[in-house]
Design a protein. Structure first.
Length: 271
C-alpha cells in the first residue's frame, strides 16, 4: 500500500484548522437527537476529510457526519472518521476535542491519526511501526502506555455515577473526546479508560489503535477483539490502556450489572 502517514496527518491537521476557524467566527448549535449536538464545524471538517482522504486513497467511508451506505461492507479498505470528536467540549470551550482518522483493512486498522486542534498535539500510528506524539511529524517522539492508578473518564459517565464503584483504588480524572482520551493514554498520561455503553466505531477506532501500537490493550467491555466495518457500526463498550491496569479494571467491571445503555442496543441474548 503506497500511502504515507504524513499525508493523512496533514489532512487531519487541516481539518483541525478549519474547526478552529469556525470557532473563531462563531457558530450555532443544532441537535441530531437527544443530547447529540452538531455544529457547522462538524460538517465542514467532515466535508474536508471526505474530499481529501478519498482523493488520497479511494475506498469505503464511515463517518459520524456522513449518511452511512451498505456499499462500504464490500470494501477491503475503509476510512473510519470522526471529524469532530467531542462536540460538547468544542461548544463549551473545553480544549479536549479532536479530529480522529483511521484506515481499516479487513476489519483491523492499518494506521490512525488523532489531532487536537487547540493544543496542537498530534498522535499517529502505523501497524507494526509503533505510535508517536508531537506537534509535528518532524518533532514526534515514540510513545508507550504506562501502568498506574489513574483512569480517564467521560464527564457524562462521571455525572451519572458510572465511575463511583472505582473510587476506591483508582484516581479518576475527567477528559473529553474519547479519541483524545485514548490518544493521551497511549502517550502515558493515564493508565486506562473504559465506557460501559456502546460506542460508535468512529469514536474508538483511531484511538484504540494508537493504544495497541503503544504496547497497550484495547478490547470491548467483554474482553472481545475490536473489529470494524460491521453492518451495525457499534462496539460493546471499550476498555483500553496499559495491560495490568486493564486487567484490574476488567475484574471490577465484571462484578457490575450491564448498563442500561448496553442492554438497550446489545440485549443479553446477543452477547
Amino acid at each position: 500500500m503506497d500511502l504515507k502517514i504524513e499525508a493523512v496527518t496533514e489532512i487531519a491537521i487541516a481539518a483541525g484548522k478549519l474547526i478552529q476557524e469556525v470557532r473563531a467566527n462563531g457558530f450555532e448549535v443544532e441537535h441530531k437527537g437527544i443530547d447529540d449536538p452538531v455544529t457547522r464545524a462538524d460538517r465542514a471538517a467532515d466535508e474536508l476529510l471526505h474530499n481529501e482522504l478519498l482523493a488520497l486513497f479511494p475506498c469505503g467511508w464511515l463517518s459520524e457526519e456522513t449518511a452511512d451506505s451498505p456499499d462500504r461492507l464490500e470494501e477491503r479498505h475503509l476510512w473510519v472518521v470522526d471529524p469532530l470528536d467531542g462536540t460538547k467540549e468544542f461548544i463549551g470551550g473545553i480544549p479536549e476535542y479532536s479530529v480522529a482518522v483511521a484506515l481499516v483493512e479487513e476489519g483491523a486498522p492499518r494506521l490512525s491519526v488523532v489531532h487536537n486542534p487547540v493544543t496542537g498535539e498530534t498522535f499517529w500510528a502505523e501497524r507494526g511501526r509503533g505510535a508517536f506524539r508531537g506537534m509535528s511529524l518532524q518533532t514526534g517522539e515514540p510513545i508507550q502506555v504506562v501502568e498506574g492508578g489513574l483512569l480517564f473518564a467521560s464527564r457524562s459517565e462521571l455525572k451519572y455515577g458510572e465511575f463511583d464503584p472505582f473510587a476506591d483504588g483508582w484516581a479518576v480524572e475527567p477528559c473529553g473526546s474519547i479519541a483524545y482520551k485514548l490518544a493521551r493514554i497511549a502517550g502515558g498520561d493515564a493508565a486506562a479508560t473504559f465506557s460501559r455503553g456502546p460506542k460508535w466505531e468512529w469514536d474508538v477506532c483511531a484511538g484504540s489503535f494508537l493504544i495497541q501500537e503503544a504496547g497497550g490493550l484495547a478490547t470491548d467491555l467483554l474482553g472481545g477483539r475490536l473489529l470494524f466495518n460491521k453492518p451495525f457500526p457499534k462496539v460493546k463498550g471499550i476498555l483500553a490502556g496499559a495491560p495490568d491496569a486493564c486487567e484490574k479494571a476488567f475484574a471490577q467491571i465484571q462484578t457490575l450489572p450491564p448498563s442500561d445503555r448496553m442492554e438497550a442496543e446489545f440485549p443479553a441474548a446477543d452477547e
